[in-house]
Design a protein around this ligand. Structure first.
Ligand code: FBP
Length: 548
């Protein structure tokens, strides 16, 4: 396999780790926990894993460990650093006992169910150190929810002598991990389950998990591109760039990129919902900013749009909820051939308000809204071209205003979507260090016999040696939510908090950024080698959240 110069240099990088993980470790138990909401229901559904204590890894005495075989699954969307979690797991296991083995289940949770695996040996692991992507074993979105799937898992684990499975995933995948941990405890089959917090979306975080891995690198990649576009806009002075950013639900990515680049406009879905804005309100807000700049002769700029926006506009949210219920397991809909026939079918089945809204949408967007949900019931927002919808609507609004004499500029817009180009980037130093530490932490939780926990590394704005490693019970993060028409236990998504410091900082500066010509920031590419203040910085979100 041919490699770039950076790949070669990067493979020798030694991730930095919390000091507590460098030597012998013991597990210190903290206070018992409760779920974030719906305590009664969650306790009932998870009698064996509910209420477990928080764990911290602290220096301990040298111990003798038997060989432990572990299986690992990469689940859901790719996120930079996944390979380093696996490398940390491998090194951690070998440190406990050289005879330990690590097996990778192939293609996500389905690898466990179908018994598809490969042993991850030192040669393989060394090829993937500090690299982006999930290609070491592949990923998938199969939902683990049926007992036959769990039982298949037991069979393959028995065959390979696997004592623990590590699931590297987002909120949905760690929900799977929790369900599996509970089932295996009930069955007393001796298989432990440990989750790891992955997702570029940044919405798997809470009092204990400060950030999910991959968010740092993805936001830095997108911010580099936004910065480059801003330089171009400032040079050519002729285009408005509508940039949609990945992040299925929460607007953490859009907000972080706004903090890193200071664009003219950034829409935050959570604010749109809080203010109960309609699509037309959002369009007027953007058109207003464009008109204000036009008055100063500035017919260019950047607008950031979170990909989940559409689901946060209250009327659209109601429409999507109805669509989810209507389309779940609907064979009649599947059997209809032809986009227009499908559209008419949906129009005929929705309530009046939802039906009118659906009928008013451009046909492309309407079709995108009815595309297959993923196995967790999520709408494929990455396929919905909100930025194009907004360009069209803003263009019409500005034309109206021109006729009324309210706008006298030139509107020429370009659309961009940044998503997949950030998900497999070479992990930043932060993600490389954080992920490797998570992997090593997971091995320690396994060695201590823990199950139903997520590996935890915190204090992340401090230098890596001061990071704190441990475990948090997954049930602590759970609540009940409606999915595919039914109430289900799931990990609560962390949305952007409008009274949180990152949003407040953004809100305090956005009016200036809207009209200014010299507030754009150009972050440039991620740096892997060089001074720590350039290479090891965490996200602005983390820094602001940790500010005293
Ligand atoms: P995870 O929640 O699994 O980490 O995936 C996040 C994500 O990258 C979203 O930002 C995006 O909407 C979605 O995956 C895209 O999914 P797919 O890879 O199936 O196109």
């Amino acid at each position: 396999m041919q490699k770039s110069a950076l790949q070669i240099a990067r493979s020798a990088y030694q991730p930095k780790m919390p000091a507590a993980l460098l030597g012998e470790v013991r597990v210190k138990e903290g206070a018992a926990t409760e779920s974030v909401a719906d305590q009664k229901e969650i306790k009932q559904l998870f009698p064996n894993t509910y209420g477990l204590p928080i764990l911290e890894l602290v220096p301990g005495k040298a111990g003798q460990y038997p060989a432990i075989n572990v299986g690992v699954i990469l689940s859901g969307g790719q996120a930079p650093g996944g390979h380093n979690v696996i490398c940390g797991l491998f090194d951690g296991l070998k440190r406990l006992n050289k005879e330990s083995k690590l097996y990778g289940f192939l293609g996500g949770p389905s690898g466990l169910i179908e018994g598809k695996y490969k042993e991850l040996t030192a040669d393989i692991i060394d090829e993937y150190r500090n690299t982006g992507g999930f290609d070491i074993i592949g990923s998938g979105r199969t939902k683990l929810e049926e007992t036959w799937q769990f039982d298949n898992g037991i069979e393959i684990c028995k065959k390979l002598g696997i004592k623990a499975i590590v699931i590297i995933g987002g909120d949905d995948s760690n929900t799977n991990a929790c369900v599996l941990a509970e089932y295996y405890l009930q069955k007393q089959c001796g298989i432990q389950i440990i989750g790891c917090p992955k997702t570029i979306d940044g919405d798997l975080k809470n009092n204990m998990i400060e950030t999910s891995f991959g968010f740092d690198t993805a936001c830095k990649v997108y911010s580099e591109l936004i910065g480059n576009i801003q330089r171009d806009a400032n040079s050519a002075k002729k285009y408005w760039h509508f940039i949609r950013l990945m992040g299925r639900s929460a607007s953490h990515i859009a907000l972080e990129c706004a903090l890193q680049t200071q664009p003219n406009v950034c829409i935050i879905s959570e604010e749109v919902e809080r203010k109960n804005l309609t699509l037309n309100d959002v369009v007027e807000q953007i058109a207003g900013a464009i008109a204000a700049r036009a008055e100063k002769g500035l017919n260019f700029g950047t607008i950031l749009i979170p990909e989940g926006l559409i689901e946060f506009i209250p009327a659209m949210k109601r429409l999507i909820r109805e669509l989810n219920d209507l389309l779940a397991g609907n064979d009649e809909f599947v059997a209809i051939s032809g986009d227009e026939e499908k559209r008419q079918y949906v129009i005929g089945k929705l309530t009046t308000e939802a039906s009118e809204l659906y009928a008013s949408l451009p046909k492309g967007i309407a079709r995108q809204l009815t595309m297959d949900r993923d196995p967790h019931g999520n709408v494929a927002v990455s396929q919905i071209e909100t930025e194009k919808l907004l360009i069209e609507m803003v263009g019409k609004k500005l034309a109206q205003w021109k006729e009324q004499g309210r706008y006298n500029g030139k509107f020429s817009a370009l659309n961009h979507f940044f998503g997949y180009e950030g998900r497999c980037a070479t992990p930043s130093n932060f993600d490389a260090d954080y992920c490797y530490s998570i992997g090593v932490t997971a091995t320690q939780l396994i060695a201590a016999g823990k199950t139903g926990y997520m590996a935890l590394v915190r204090n992340l704005t401090a230098p890596a040696k001061e990071w704190v490693a441990g475990g948090v019970p997954i049930t602590m993060m759970m609540n009940m939510e409606r999915r595919s028409g039914k109430m289900k236990p799931v990990i609560q998504k962390a949305l952007v908090e409008l009274d949180g410091k990152p949003f407040r900082y953004f809100a305090a500066h956005r009016d200036l950024w809207a009209v200014s010509t010299d507030t754009f920031i150009y972050p440039g590419p991620i740096q892997y080698f060089g001074p720590s203040e350039v290479c090891d910085q965490p996200t602005q979100t983390l820094k602001l959240e940790h500010q005293a």
